[in-house]
Design a protein around this ligand. Structure first.
Ligand code: SAH
Length: 347
């Protein structure tokens, strides 16, 4: 029988008094992704590549266009957290038509999702982290809904000052409470005087990955396209959420059985990138980016070749681009090696 993560975390808390929310979220999501395929109608949530093949195809064409303008060097396609491998399969098909057949490298920690990915992209090589990605060629890196799943740290302003939020064992299950140690120095100065009860989020794991990717791009050439839901500013606010069976759930109840995410702070990712010798593009709204890359033409062509699927294509097009659907909440951030041409779609 699977060891129960709720019991494991409760024992950890009993031994140490508390665990940080960051640790809780890291443990919960590692268990979650290792034990199920969360995507699609029968799962917990749906992502853009699962809505339509157009999404991955347009990304593939964007990368192929950039590669051609960079004089077509041998390069690697890298995807972070490729889910079912759908985006990669669609992108690689579109790239092949444009004469780009890169080596394929996936960064994925879930053995179960690796198996799904292997079915769609058998030639891929898998990595536990970005450290082992190839070092001898430019990298064309894609990350869709990867950063939002990485653990966040939360700080809360109390009457006594800022404290990191920690998880404790309560009478009715886990509870989120301010930790004991003063944490004012972790808070950026413009937010330090926020009202009591204000919450500030940070995602050290995402910033570290961004730094490492940018160092690679600066040294090896290439581009990163990161797509996620989030905000561009560095505002205060609690954005932690849990999704189970396409509905919101309590983030502390049943860890490992729902998907824990929080808004991506694009401002923080950009700040990490700007420390390195790279160019930052965007973030722009997903809808605007897809339209600039020719999603309308792609949709029209798909509907013409498969008229029986025209309604489905129209619905997917709307879902990916409309401001009230995924078009505005989701943003696209590009990072390119200095000296490389600019990726299309960023205006
Ligand atoms: N990109 C896919 C899946 C998004 S779900 C899509 O758009 O459909 C998040 C993905 O990131 C999953 O594949 C999950 O297993 C992976 N993941 C989560 N945390 C990770 C980590 N720390 N390292 C590597 N992969 C991770």
């Amino acid at each position: 029988m699977q060891p129960d993560l709720t019991d494991e975390i409760a024992a950890l808390i009993a031994a140490r008094g508390s665990v940080s929310l960051e640790r809780f979220m890291g443990l919960a999501n590692a268990h979650y992704y290792a034990t199920r395929d969360p995507l699609g109608a029968g799962g917990d949530f749906i992502t853009s590549p699962e809505i339509s093949q157009m999404f991955g195809e347009v990304i593939g064409l964007c990368l192929a266009d950039l590669w051609q303008r960079a004089d077509a060097p041998p390069c690697a396609y890298v995807e972070l957290g490729p889910g079912r491998g759908t985006l990669a399969a669609d992108a690689l098909r579109a790239m092949k038509v444009a004469k780009l057949s890169p080596a394929v490298h996936f960064v994925e920690t879930s053995p179960l999702l690796r198996d799904c990915q292997r079915e769609r992209v058998p030639k891929a090589k898998w990595h536990d982290s970005i450290a082992t990605l190839p070092k001898d060629r430019p990298l064309l890196i894609v990350a869709n809904e990867f950063f939002d799943a990485l653990p966040i740290r939360q700080y809360i302003r109390t009457i006594q000052g800022w404290r990191e939020r920690v998880v404790k064992n309560g009478v009715e299950g886990f509870e989120l409470v301010p930790g004991d140690d003063p944490a004012d120095r972790a808070i950026p100065s413009h937010l330090r005087h926020a009202d009591p009860g204000s919450v500030v989020e940070q995602r050290p794991a995402a910033n570290e990955i961004m730094t490492e990717l940018c160092e690679r791009l600066a040294r090896q050439g290439g581009v990163l396209i990161a797509i996620d839901y989030g905000h561009s500013g560095r505002a205060a606010g609690d954005t932690l959420q849990a999704i189970h069976a396409h509905a919101y759930a309590d983030p502390l109840a049943r860890p490992g059985r729902s998907d824990l995410t929080a808004h991506v702070d694009f401002g923080a990712l950009i700040a990490a990138a700007e420390e390195e010798d790279v160019e930052v593009y965007g973030p722009v709204d997903q809808g605007q980016w897809l339209l600039a890359l020719g999603l309308s033409d792609r949709a029209a062509k798909l509907a013409r070749t498969a008229p029986e699927r025209a309604d489905e294509v129209t619905a997917a097009y709307r879902r990916l681009t409309h401001p009230e659907e995924m078009g505005e909440l989701f943003k696209v951030l590009g990072v390119g090696a200095a000296g490389w041409p600019s990726p299309a779609g960023f205006g």
